[in-house]
Design a protein around this ligand. Structure first.
Ligand code: SF4
Ligand code: SF4
Length: 374
């Protein structure tokens, strides 16, 4: 087991600055128009302090406290996905010069080293899912590959959760268990945030050995474990029963409940835009007026857009019923056939950011209860 270190605010700042001094661009949380968004950070003081969040279906509220915490904000609408698989970027441009085409491939900037700050267990699980899709040998995404290769991850465990979180149901949290460099465990004692740090890679180990000299004491570890356990119990109250769920959804393809959901869903695509595992894209071409220069851009797309399923003469999923059914069935069921895992990590973003408050756990329960009765 990796050694755990007592970690104070000074060491947190030193870790932040050490990564900067090693040439990393820090990407982390910042308070932005009432939400937590991930931005490039220049200074440790930009990190939000004492911010907690309340999240239920269609509802997101931040509260400011005096506890000095760095990681109680949970997840916002943003995920780190946008820095590996951005919502929009230029793929290449084409020029006509003396009647010849020349194609200028866009730089993927592989030299840029990114460090993600405050990655939760659900978002780590989502990176593992994106790796399976975007690093696939048959169709790898070079932009994603170049950034992923140089990534340093500072993960954070969750000792609190929102009503929309269900990572324990998907086997992903609330403590990160995979592929991070440094893990920060934050807990509250006497109303103030305390920290423990441990490493998950040789690079993380080197950094922590230089920054830390005091091993975490038993009382701190016990206090952290107690709050973690309390959070697991809390998360289990909002549990989604995943037993046989993939098969249940396949049997439910013609269930009348899809019509009931479609009557509420407004096909806004928010759920796909905030989801850390959705990866669908489209491309658009731009031509200048001379007709001698063109660019091809990649943008995120959504299965809630009717054009997304357009195939020679019509859309195969032309209405909200078929679009929602496709989205949920792919996430929870057919993703297993395609990628050997669920496509959902239980982050709850699609629940919080659905403007009409559709909660996939509630909808799935309707299918489960109905089909089990039959
Ligand atoms: S489907 Fe919803 S809960 Fe699952 S990973 Fe996507 S946004 Fe998170
Ligand atoms: S389920 Fe909610 S967030 Fe998703 S498309 Fe429908 S209304 Fe929008």
């Amino acid at each position: 087991m990796n050694k755990s270190w007592g970690f104070g605010e000074q060491q947190l700042q030193a870790l932040f600055e050490c990564l900067q001094n090693n040439g990393y661009t820090l990407i982390g949380p910042r308070l932005d128009q009432g939400i937590i968004k991930f931005h490039p950070l220049n200074d440790f003081s930009e990190l939000p302090r004492g911010i907690h969040s309340e999240q239920t279906a269609g509802n997101y509220r931040l509260q400011t406290t005096e506890d000095g915490s760095f990681f109680q904000w949970l997840v916002g609408p943003d995920s780190f996905k946008r820095y590996l698989h951005p919502p929009r970027h230029k793929l290449f441009s084409v020029k006509i010069e003396e009647q010849n085409f020349s194609v200028i491939q866009e730089e993927t900037n592989p030299a840029e080293k990114l460090a993600f700050w405050g990655v939760r267990s659900c978002d780590l699980a989502s990176l593992a899912i994106l790796d399976r899709v975007l690093l696939d040998d048959m169709a790898s995404d070079e932009y994603y590959r170049s950034r992923r290769a140089n990534l340093f991850i500072v993960a954070a465990s969750c000792t609190t959760s929102a009503a929309s979180c269900f990572c324990t149901s998907m086997g992903d949290g609330p403590e990160p268990r995979q592929s991070y460099d440094v893990l920060i465990q934050e807990y509250l004692k006497e109303g103030k945030a305390r920290h423990i740090a441990s490493s998950g890679s040789a690079a993380g180990d080197r950094i922590l050995h230089n920054l830390c000299d005091t091993p975490a004491d038993e009382n701190s570890v016990a206090a952290y474990q107690q709050q973690l356990q309390h959070n697991i119990e809390q998360l289990n109250r909002n549990r989604l029963d995943t037993t046989g769920l993939a098969q249940t959804l396949k049997q439910a393809s013609e269930h009348p409940h899809w019509d009931e959901i479609a009557a509420r869903c407004i096909s806004c695509a928010n759920c796909t835009m905030v989801c850390p595992t959705c990866f669908c894209i489209t491309t658009d071409d731009r031509l200048d007026l001379t007709g001698e220069y063109a660019e091809r851009w990649l943008t995120w797309d959504s299965c809630f857009n009717t054009d997304f399923s357009y195939i020679h003469g019509g859309a195969v999923r032309p209405n909200t019923r078929s679009q929602y059914r496709h989205w949920l069935t792919h996430k929870i069921s057919t993703w297993h056939d395609q990628f050997d895992s669920s496509g959902c990590v239980g982050c709850g973003r699609c629940i919080t950011w659905c403007p009409v408050g559709i909660d996939l756990r509630t909808e799935l329960k309707v299918f489960q209860e109905d089909l089990r009765r039959d």
